[in-house]
Ligand binder design. Structure first.
Ligand code: ASP
Length: 342
């Protein structure tokens, strides 16, 4: 392995510029990023670059895009110290979650970053995010192992576990939060790694395994006062639907109306999966606390603990792609697969 990091540019604000005719931000040619950040040539390691074609606004991310990213990493895994992915912020937490489940036995850093202001702007946050991410991706501990062996998001001085992260602000430079898991590292005058929070492989040298069959037969239902029977019924009777992420109140509570519970029971008794996660940004589902939570358990609903919506969706895509039998998926949903659940 050579002393180099692979920088994968997919699009997003970080590499955008204003179209003078429409005044809208549009992706520009990646070579211009190197012009904007000459510092890239000053590292003690090399930076190779790959650019997606076409570049995308991350609102257009689809599961096939995750497969392409995972394959790029797999194909070049042995050649690089680590990988930095420049990605739009809008769906960055979804992509980071998906990659965390798709890349099993990962032992190298895969760091997604982006920016709130294009890299060509004077006040951009893109330069620091990019430079810091590259440094984190190349860093090695005194034994020569990477400090970071997982899929992360780096933004505004903090390194987050990717599948614990959610986009929090549409305008602040500090755009991401990891409400239920500590930062993996803080970047100031020094880089401070949080060794308690960072994942370490039990044994080094396991081969990287890729899970690229994703099954997207998933719906998300957010409960709200006034959720109608008709709406729930139309979602649950969608053709081919295998799983529903149910975003509930507080510690996993939902309406106790008989029609609501029987709609869920009917779906789970047909083999459908209902994964209970909370609408609260912090804290966890606990279906043993309140009678309403307990009724969900009796309706066959599975506990998603403190998983983010992004992680819940991505985990389902990967597990449903791996197992045709929903029972096995249901068991795995309640167990941490990639550090996504406390
Ligand atoms: N719409 C952009 C994207 O997600 C926003 C950003 O990059 O921050 O691609």
């Amino acid at each position: 392995m050579e002393n180099k990091v692979l920088l994968i540019y997919t699009g997003g604000t970080i590499g955008m510029k204003e179209n003078p005719d429409t005044l809208l931000l549009e992706p520009f040619d990646f070579t211009q990023i190197l012009q904007e950040v000459p510092e890239l040539r000053k590292f003690g390691f090399e930076v190779d670059t790959i650019s997606f074609d076409p570049l995308i606004d991350s609102s257009d991310v689809r599961p096939e895009f995750w497969v392409s990213l995972a394959e790029i990493i797999r194909d070049r895994y042995d050649d690089y110290l680590g990988f930095v992915i420049l990605h739009g912020t809008d769906t960055m937490a979804y992509s980071a979650s998906a990659l965390s489940f798709m890349l099993e036995n990962l032992e190298k850093p895969v760091i997604l970053t982006g920016s709130q202001l294009p890299i060509g702007m004077l006040r951009t946050d893109g330069k620091e995010n990019l430079i810091d991410s590259l440094e984190l991706a190349a860093a090695r501990d005194p034994e020569g192992h990477p400090y970071v062996c997982e899929v992360c998001i780096y933004f505004e001085t903090a390194l987050f576990r990717g599948n614990r992260t959610t986009k929090y602000s549409a305008e602040n430079f500090s755009a991401f939060r990891s409400p239920n898991y500590p930062h993996l590292a803080e970047v100031g005058t020094h880089i401070r790694y949080n060794n308690q929070a960072l994942y370490r492989p039990e044994k080094w040298g396991k081969p990287l395994l890729l899970h690229t069959r994703l099954d997207t037969s998933v719906a998300v239902v957010r409960v709200f006062p006034g959720l109608s029977e008709k709406y729930l019924h139309s979602v649950l009777s969608s053709e081919g639907l295998r799983a529903v992420v149910l975003e509930t109140y507080g510690s996993g509570n939902a309406p106790s109306h008989p029609w609501f519970l029987s709609a869920l029971s009917e779906f789970t008794s047909r083999g459908g999966l209902v994964l209970n996660i909370t609408q609260c940004p912090t804290g966890s589902v606990d279906m043993g606390t309140y009678a309403t939570g307990d009724s969900l358990r009796r309706a066959g609903v599975v506990c998603g603990g403190d998983m983010t919506t992004e992680a819940a969706i991505a985990k389902l895509f990967v597990l449903l792609g791996q197992y045709s039998d929903n029972k096995t998926v249901g068991i795995k949903l309640e167990i941490g697969v990639s550090g996504e659940i406390s």
